[in-house]
Design a protein around this ligand. Structure first.
Ligand SMILES: O=P(O)(O)OC[C@H]1O[C@H](O)[C@H](O)[C@@H](O)[C@@H]1O
Length: 441
């Protein structure tokens, strides 16, 4: 792991064994983007070759089950923990980082932590306070918003550790090519501008609140979860940038699954229930082609047959007259009618390699910014996540006081008080001041 550009990096851990496994600890923008890119590269032949012998895992949820899953089968001697947090104050990330610090120091002694933990952050003071040498921290600018930070050290460090910088550089070049296109292409040919305008039209003019992101590639299975944060945290606002309530709806409800899995799940609603504008994303050449002698088409062609069919079914639909001609029983005609005129757009990528993955990411980042500019909102703040955080702080204090000093539950509404009481009663066998316990998976 000594190939990181601009940094001296050690190859071995405290016991002299080669560091080959990485756990990236982070949440939200310090997790979803890198996870999307990692998942997309995992089946790319060039990336597979570069990653041979190594693994990259993520720990995001503060749920101890996620801790257990992230370290199962890993040896602390060969593991490097990368703590990724722009602020270095996020409660979930910091508890998870302290937990993995304990995991390393229980196994290898406290001095091993320096050889097994590095950080990516803008807050080097807190990095040092945590016990990570700031020389082992990868900084970035504080104007880089978390959900737009995949192309900073947030994504580049863990992804380079796994795939090498040569692959990650291609990803960056792909994203950069779209930056250039976005800056220079005339509006009528500018992909992020056109896609942003389609969203505005669908949401604010036609009144369709949701958008389905439907990649016909399993490698893009983490794309919708990433875009959910980029889009909904950026544009889920009710006031203009000047604080004036918006006289129209803004923001989109994003969800999605890879095709064809989604077809066997929620497409029913998209075809005959609510109108949900869809983004279909297809790839010309599969990362992992499979052909079976004697089959009508290749496995990828089978997948893509669905990619081409779905937008057509949404747009054209099926009329009662057509059904009558097909001799459909009259009582079934209303059930089998498809209204049609349901909006979708299709993106067809030539292949899915590091470069194209960077392009896809940048198209959506810029598209979401375009939407925010037109709606006149601030796409780069996220005050909506604060209230829940401060209430969680109050609950945390209450749980501590009730478990340690049997203090009564105070200051919560009736529903929360009842739930907290049940929770504490049902877990009263848990010791109030337990000694350290790590996952036993
Ligand atoms: O990188 P961090 O400072 O730990 O922040 C992680 C996440 O925290 C918050 O929940 C923000 O809403 C996200 O935008 C951010 O990505």
């Amino acid at each position: 792991m000594d190939y990181l550009v601009g940094k001296c990096f050690w190859q071995v851990g405290a016991t002299g064994k080669v560091l080959k496994d990485v756990v990236a600890v982070g949440i939200g923008g310090s997790f979803l983007g890198p996870l999307f890119v990692h998942t997309a590269l995992q089946t790319d032949l060039e990336a597979i070759e570069c990653a041979r012998g190594r693994q990259l895992r993520f720990l995001a949820n503060v749920d101890p089950i996620d801790v257990a899953k992230s370290i199962t089968g890993l040896n602390p001697e060969t593991t490097l923990v990368v703590v990724v947090s722009k602020t270095f104050t996020t409660a979930e990330t910091m508890l998870n980082a302290r937990t993995l610090r304990e995991w390393i120091s229980t196994a290898l002694g406290p001095s091993a932590v320096a050889k097994h933990m590095v950080a990516v952050s803008t807050n080097l003071t807190l990095v040092e306070k945590f016990g990570i040498d700031p020389n082992n921290a990868f900084a970035f600018w504080d104007w880089v918003g978390g959900r737009y930070s995949v192309c900073s050290a947030v994504g580049v460090l863990p992804l380079s550790l796994q795939y090498g910088f040569s692959v990650v550089e291609k990803f960056l070049k792909g994203a950069w090519s779209i930056d250039q296109h976005f800056i220079s292409a005339p509006y009528e040919k500018n992909i992020p501008v056109l896609l942003g305008l389609l969203s505005i039209w669908n949401v604010s003019f036609l009144g369709h609140p949701a958008r389905a992101i439907l990649p016909y590639s399993q490698a893009l299975e983490k794309f919708a979860p990433h875009i959910q944060q980029v889009s909904m945290e950026s544009n889920g606002k009710g006031v203009s940038i000047d604080g004036v309530p918006l006289p129209f709806e803004a923001g989109e409800i994003d969800f999605g699954e890879p095709g064809t899995n989604g077809q066997h799940s929620f497409y029913q609603l998209i075809h005959q229930g609510r109108v949900i504008p869809c983004d279909f994303i297809g790839v010309v050449k599969s990362q992992q082609p499979v052909y079976l002698k004697g089959e009508v088409v290749s496995n990828h062609d089978e997948l893509m047959s669905n990619f081409f069919a779905q937008p057509d079914a949404l747009a054209v639909g099926k009329t009662p007259e057509q059904l009558q001609k097909e001799n459909v029983a009259p009582h079934l005609i209303p059930h089998k009618t498809f209204s049609g005129n349901r909006p979708s757009l299709s993106l067809l990528l030539p292949s899915l390699n590091a470069y194209n993955i960077g392009q896809l990411l940048a198209i959506y980042e810029h598209r979401i910014a375009v939407e925010g500019f037109i709606w006149g909102i601030n796409s780069f703040d996220q005050w909506g996540v604060e209230l829940g955080k401060s209430l969680a702080t109050q609950v945390r204090k209450q749980l501590h006081a009730s478990r340690m000093k049997r203090e009564p539950i105070e200051g919560f509404n009736f529903s929360t008080t009842t739930l907290l009481t049940r929770y504490l009663e049902a877990s009263s066998d848990i010791p109030s001041d337990p000694s350290t316990l790590l996952p036993r998976i």
